[in-house]
Design a protein around this ligand. Structure first.
Ligand code: KG4
Ligand code: ZN
Length: 334
C-alpha cells in the first residue's frame, strides 16, 4: 500500500510517499523560513500564498523521487488541523481535488497525531507508551494506548516550548525559527551562567508553563541594558535551553511514573534539540526506561509522519475516506 502524505499546516509545504508503513520512498520539505524570517515570526497570509505556489511542485517532486505516479498511490493522507487555517486549506483542498480526480481515498490527519506516530517511520513502538509532543504550538504529554486511542494528561498553560525558544531567540536578535539558533548559539556557552526559573516542577502537576522563563530572560536583558552592559549570548542561550530541558525531562518522567509506563516517545520540532535528546536518552538509561526519538528530520514538520499516521489509521479502520466534505480546522481537538 502506497500513501501520499501532504502537510501544509504551518510554514513547511511537504509531501511524502510511504510504502507499507515503513518504506519511505520520498520526503520533500519546502520550508518558508526565508519568507517569514525578516518578520521574526509567521505571517499567515504569506504562508497561505506560498503554499498555493509550491504545493503542486512539492507533490510532483515527491512522486518523482519515489519513482511513482498518482496511479501507483492507494491512499492520500493530509493534515486538516490544528494549524493556520489559510495554510491548512491549501493542503486539504489539494488532497480532495487529487482524490476526486484519481478516485483515491482521502483521510484527514491531526497534525499532533502525525508527530505522535512519526516514530513508526523508524521502528514499531509497542503500545502503550507515553509521548511528549514539543512543537511550536504545543507541549503535550500524551498517553497512547493504541492507534487512535490517546489521552492528553498534561499541557502548557501559556507558551509552547518551541514558542519560548522562538521568542527568546528574537530577544537575543538571533532570528527565526529560534530553536536551532538557540541551540547553536548555546553550544559554546555556560549553561550554569544564569539561574533561570524551572516552573511548575512540584510533583503531581503535569502541566507546563514557559512564560515565566521567557520573562526571566527578558528581565535579565533589560537589567544588563540599564547598566549599559551586554550578557554573553552564548551563556544566555545555554542557560535558557538548560532550564527548558530540565522541565521537559522532569515532567516526562513524573508522568511516566504516574501512568506506570516504561516506554517514552519524544517528538515534535523541539525534539530535534541535541541537548534534550541527549538528556532524555541518558536519564532513560539510568532509570531503566526505553526511550524513542525520531530522527531530527522526522521531528520537525514533514509529510512522512502524516503518511505514517494515515497508513496506521486507515489500516485499523479508525479513520474513513472523506473526499468531498473534509474540512480544515485551526483548533482541531486531539
Ligand atoms: O513541529 P514543528 O516543526 O512545527 C510545529 O508543529 O509547531 O516545531 C517547530 C518548533 C519551532 O518553535 C522551532 O523553534 C522548534 O520547533 N525547534 C527547535 C529545534 N528545532 C526546531 N527547538 C529547539 N531546538 C531545536 N534544535
Ligand atoms: Zn509540527
Amino acid at each position: 500500500m502506497r500513501v501520499l502524505g501532504i502537510e501544509t499546516s504551518c510554514d513547511e509545504t511537504a509531501a511524502a510517499v510511504l510504502e507499507n508503513g515503513d518504506r519511505l520512498l520520498s520526503n520533500v520539505i519546502w520550508s518558508q523560513h526565508e519568507v517569514h524570517g525578516k518578520y521574526g515570526g509567521i505571517v499567515p497570509e504569506l504562508a497561505g500564498r506560498r503554499h498555493v505556489e509550491t504545493v503542486h511542485l512539492v507533490i510532483e517532486e515527491a512522486l518523482r523521487q519515489a519513482d511513482v505516479t498518482l496511479e501507483d498511490i492507494d491512499l492520500i493522507g493530509v493534515t486538516n488541523g490544528p494549524g493556520l487555517v489559510v495554510s491548512l486549506l491549501v493542503g486539504v483542498n489539494t488532497a480532495k481535488a487529487l482524490g476526486y480526480a484519481c478516485n483515491l481515498p482521502v483521510v484527514g490527519i491531526n497534525h499532533l497525531e502525525g508527530h505522535l506516530l512519526a516514530i513508526m517511520l523508524q521502528e514499531p513502538v509497542a503500545f502503550p507508551f507515553l509521548a511528549l509532543i514539543v512543537s511550536g504550538g504545543h507541549t503535550d504529554l500524551v498517553r497512547a494506548d493504541a492507534v487512535g486511542d490517546y489521552k492528553v494528561i498534561g499541557r502548557t498553560r501559556d507558551d509552547a516550548a518551541g514558542e519560548s525558544f522562538d521568542k527568546v531567540a528574537k530577544m537575543l536578535g538571533l532570528g527565526y525559527p529560534g530553536g536551532p539558533l538557540i541551540e547553536r548559539a548555546g553550544r559554546e556557552g555556560n549553561a550554569a551562567a544564569f539561574d533561570f526559573p524551572r516552573s511548575m516542577m512540584e510533583n503531581g502537576n503535569l502541566d507546563f508553563s514557559f512564560s515565566g522563563l521567557k520573562s526571566a530572560v527578558r528581565r535579565l536583558l533589560e537589567k544588563y541594558e540599564a547598566e549599559a552592559r551586554t550578557p554573553s549570548t552564548a551563556d544566555v542561550a545555554a542557560s535558557f535551553q538548560e532550564a527548558a530541558v530540565d522541565v521537559l525531562v522532569a515532567k516526562l518522567f513524573q508522568a511516566a511514573e504516574r501512568e506506570n509506563l516504561k516506554r517514552l516517545v519524544l517528538t515534535g520540532g523541539v525534539a530535534a534539540n541535541g541537548r534534550l535528546r541527549q538528556r532524555l536518552q541518558a536519564e532513560s538509561e539510568e532509570r531503566g526506561y526505553e526511550c524513542f526519538i525520531p530522527r531530527p528530520v522526522f521531528c520537525t514538520d514533514n509529510a512522512a509522519m502524516i503518511a505514517a499516521a494515515a497508513y496506521n489509521k486507515y489500516r485499523n479502520h479508525s479513520v474513513s475516506s472523506d473526499v468531498l466534505t473534509l474540512d480544515a480546522s485551526s483548533n482541531l481537538a486531539f
